[in-house]
Design a binder for this molecule. Structure first.
Ligand SMILES: Nc1ncnc2c1ncn2[C@@H]1O[C@H](COP(=O)(O)OP(=O)(O)OP(=O)(O)O)[C@@H](O)[C@H]1O
Length: 238
C-alpha cells in the first residue's frame, strides 16, 4: 500500500475473508496522486464512506472510520441501523456503496453464525477457506481447543465447537484486521467467556486490529479500546 498526498490513498489489497466460498482477492484504486515519501503507516484500516445502502435506501453515511494497528473498536447501535452492512462493506461483500477504503493487510470475518462447509471436516473448513497448510490449520484448531476434532464434520460438533472452529478459521488466515459480527450472540455466559478468552489469547499472540459489532456493553468493555455508536437514518457515528 502507498500513502498519497492530499489525504487520498491507493491500495492494492489482498483480503482473506474466510467464508465458506473461499478466500478472495480484490484490488481497489481509489486515487492516483504522487506518493508521500516514507510516510509511516500506522492505520490498519481507513474508510471514508459517502454512501452505503441497499438499492434506493441509503442506510449509512457519510462517516469515517479509522483503525490503528492492533486496536479493537466495538460498534453498537439499534437493530437495523446498518452495523452488518458496514462490516460487509469493509469485507468486500457488499457493493452498494461510495467512498474510499484502504486496507493494507489481510482481513478475516467472523459471522453471527459459524457459516461452515457441512460436508467437509474441520481441517478442510480451515484449509479451503484460508489456503493455509494443514499444519497451520491444526495449530489453529489446537489454539481453540479442537485439536482432537480435525476430522469431524461440522454436524458432529456442538454449536460451541462450531463457533470455535469459525474462530480458528479466522485466526488461521492470520488477519491484520478481524471483523466480528455479534460473534457471541445466543451463547451461554460460560461459552461467551471462553470465546472472549480465545480472542484475547490470539491478540496477545499476534496483534490484529479488530472491529466487534455487539449489543452487549460487557463485551465492549472487556475487549474494546473504543466504543462507537451508529445512530440515525442514514446512520453515522454519534
Ligand atoms: N439484502 C438487503 N436488501 C435490502 N435491505 C436490506 C438488506 N439487508 C439489510 N437491509 C436493510 O438495511 C438496514 C441495515 O441492516 P443491517 O443488517 O446492516 O442492520 P444491523 O444494524 O446489523 O441490525 P441487527 O443489529 O438487527 O443485526 C436494515 O433496515 C435492513 O432492513
Amino acid at each position: 500500500m502507498r500513502r498519497l498526498r492530499g489525504g487520498c490513498w491507493r491500495s492494492w489489497q489482498t483480503w482473506a475473508v474466510p467464508i465458506w466460498s473461499a478466500r478472495w482477492t480484490a484490488c481497489r484504486v481509489v486515487c492516483s496522486l504522487p506518493p508521500v515519501a516514507d510516510a509511516p503507516v500506522t492505520e490498519a484500516l481507513v474508510l471514508r464512506l459517502v454512501h452505503g445502502g441497499h438499492g434506493a435506501a441509503q442506510v449509512l453515511g457519510p462517516l469515517d472510520l479509522r483503525l490503528a494497528t492492533g486496536e479493537t473498536v466495538a460498534i453498537c447501535g439499534p437493530s437495523g441501523v446498518g452495523k452488518t452492512t458496514l462490516l460487509r462493506i469493509l469485507a468486500g461483500l457488499h457493493r452498494d456503496w461510495r467512498g474510499e477504503l484502504t486496507l493494507p493487510g489481510r482481513l478475516a470475518m467472523v459471522f453471527q453464525e459459524p457459516v461452515l462447509l457441512p460436508w467437509r471436516n474441520a481441517l478442510d473448513n480451515i484449509t479451503l477457506a484460508t489456503r493455509c497448510d494443514p499444519a497451520s490449520a491444526r495449530a489453529a484448531l489446537a489454539r481453540v481447543g479442537l485439536a482432537d476434532k480435525a476430522m469431524a464434520l461440522p454436524g458432529e460438533l456442538s454449536l460451541g465447537q462450531q463457533r470455535r472452529l469459525a474462530l480458528a478459521r479466522a485466526f488461521a488466515a492470520q488477519p491484520d484486521v478481524l471483523l466480528m459480527d455479534e460473534p457471541f450472540v445466543s451463547l451461554d455466559p460460560a461459552l461467551t467467556d471462553d470465546m472472549m478468552a480465545l480472542l484475547e489469547a490470539e491478540r496477545a499472540r499476534r496483534p490484529m486490529a479488530t472491529i466487534l459489532v455487539t449489543h452487549a456493553p460487557a463485551e465492549a468493555a472487556r475487549l474494546a479500546d473504543r466504543l462507537l455508536r451508529l445512530e440515525g437514518s442514514p446512520a453515522r457515528f454519534a
